[in-house]
Design a protein around this ligand. Structure first.
Ligand SMILES: [Zn+2]
Ligand SMILES: [Zn+2]
Length: 194
């Protein structure tokens, strides 16, 4: 069952190392997302229904799995590095998805609500607990095509890269001139061997 925001804040603080405005925003975003989808127990009974895409590697992203139960290591959390405080919550059962993005005006609203609080973080924490969902987030219903190889539980044989010899899972190999290559050997390497 869904917990209250204060209950989630305790869990988020433990997981993230501190409580901050980004955590509260992430918790609110995840709560709103699962509620729009009608999921009552995302981390429990409904856990196989949900996949979440996150678009930034910052505080808010750490808070989202606290509510959704979606974790990277379970393949239910997908990271798309768009640098936006945004997330898309996908209900696999009902084939519905909703994308929420933090509104640019949320910080300004926090200043207006709590001008007496000097610390920006404290000011935003107070505001992000209280502002209604539609002042915190823009919401759009979207379609997300998730291939079978991207779903939790997908099973397929591992492929060995014809160049480096490393094993590749989940159909991430790339065919070049009839050879199966890993993405690094196919040109997407983010590191240079020394
Ligand atoms: Zn933080
Ligand atoms: Zn390779």
């Amino acid at each position: 069952m869904l917990k209250t925001l204060p209950e989630y804040e305790v869990l988020a603080e433990q997981a993230h190392g501190h409580l901050c405005a980004g955590q509260i925003l992430g918790l609110r975003m995840a709560l709103h997302g699962v509620q729009l989808l009608g999921l009552e127990d995302p981390a429990g009974a409904d856990r196989k229904r949900l996949v979440t895409f996150v678009e930034i590697d910052r505080c808010a992203t750490d808070a989202i799995p606290i509510v959704t139960g979606c974790r990277l290591g379970k393949r239910a959390l997908k990271f798309r590095d768009f640098g936006k405080v945004a997330a898309t919550f996908c209900d696999l059962r009902d084939q519905r998805a909703v994308r929420l993005v933090a509104r640019e005006t949320a910080k300004q609203r926090a200043r207006e609500m709590f001008p007496e609080i000097a610390s920006k973080n404290q000011q935003q924490m107070c505001a992000y607990r209280r502002l209604p969902d539609d002042e915190l987030f823009d919401t759009q219903w979207v379609r997300v095509a998730i291939g079978p190889e991207d779903l939790p539980g997908y099973k397929a044989p591992r492929v060995i890269c014809a160049q480096c010899g490393e094993g590749i899972n989940f159909k991430r190999e790339v065919m070049r001139d009839g050879r199966a290559l890993c993405r690094a050997c196919a040109g997407e390497r983010y590191y240079e061997p020394l």
